[in-house]
Design a binder for this molecule. Structure first.
Ligand SMILES: Nc1ncnc2c1ncn2[C@@H]1O[C@H](COP(=O)(O)OP(=O)(O)OP(=O)(O)O)[C@@H](O)[C@H]1O
Length: 231
């Protein structure tokens, strides 16, 4: 840890709001989120369906722009960035794992991990991708296409892809939502293992209190607000 308190904050949100829908019928999705997450922390976000968990994660991970407030992630202030600016801010700083895996069907497991690295300018993209796939236990599946992989294997590829760029922050939105119980346990173990190996901050959205209890800190959302914080 550095002595600079600002450097030790991975995520800072101040009065973040999100309003969607039409001008005539706006819906307030996030209604003033204030949050600081320390670098290296694991944090779970719980809350009923529709409470705004995915929306908050989309904003913190730079996939979506807030309607108001201020967001700074990994030292980059998102406020005033356009979509290209947000995409640049994500690259190399943020890794994202989603419930539905989102692998490209026309690419092998190896290509799914290597191509984003290549686009980010890595010269050794394929060698690094092979290492990442080995680290998630898939050294024997590198030439398989997503359709040839089980759900758990696809999520391992997605985790390898998310951590391959060595991001400081890893976001996971219900990463086990499409998996059975036994597979889920192994995927969660893997997420925490990869987080520790990278020294990354981990933000997980989950409906599973047992998973949440493994995190350093647990937030609960309701109606677009954070209503409890275990910290
Ligand atoms: N484009 C949109 N226009 C209007 N409302 C939207 C839009 N997108 C999402 N919402 C609403 O925003 C609210 C928050 O959605 P969000 O997906 O963030 O919730 P969540 O807590 O992640 O839910 P779940 O656990 O079911 O995934 C929901 O009520 C949803 O219907």
């Amino acid at each position: 840890m550095s002595n600079d308190p600002v450097a030790d904050i991975a995520i800072r949100a101040r009065n973040v709001t999100l309003t969607l829908g039409s001008r005539e019928a706006p819906t307030d999705i996030l209604r003033g989120i204030d949050l600081e997450i320390a670098a290296g922390q694991s944090i779970a976000i719980l809350g009923p369906s529709g409470s705004g968990k995915s929306s908050l994660m989309a904003i913190l991970s730079g996939l979506e722009r807030a309607s108001g407030g201020d967001v700074t992630v990994a030292g980059v202030r998102y406020t005033n960035l356009d979509e290209d600016g947000l995409a640049r801010a994500r690259r190399g700083r943020v890794g994202i794992v989603l419930q539905a895996f989102h692998l490209l069907p026309t690419m092998t497991a190896l290509e799914n991990v290597a191509v984003p690295l290549e686009l980010a300018g890595a010269e050794d993209a394929f060698a690094r991708a092979a290492e990442e796939l080995a680290a998630v236990g898939l050294a024997h599946r590198t030439t398989h296409y997503p359709v040839q992989l089980s759900g758990g294997e696809q999520q391992r590829v997605a985790i390898a892809r998310a951590v391959a760029g060595r991001p400081g922050i890893l976001f996971a939105d219900e990463p086990t939502g499409n998996l059975d119980g036994a597979t889920s346990g192994a995927i969660v173990d893997l997420l925490f293992e990869r987080q520790r190996a990278a020294g990354a901050t981990l933000v997980i959205i989950t409906h599973d209190p047992a998973l949440a209890s493994r995190c350093d800190r647990v937030l609960t959302m309701r109606d677009g607000l954070i209503v409890s914080d275990s910290q």
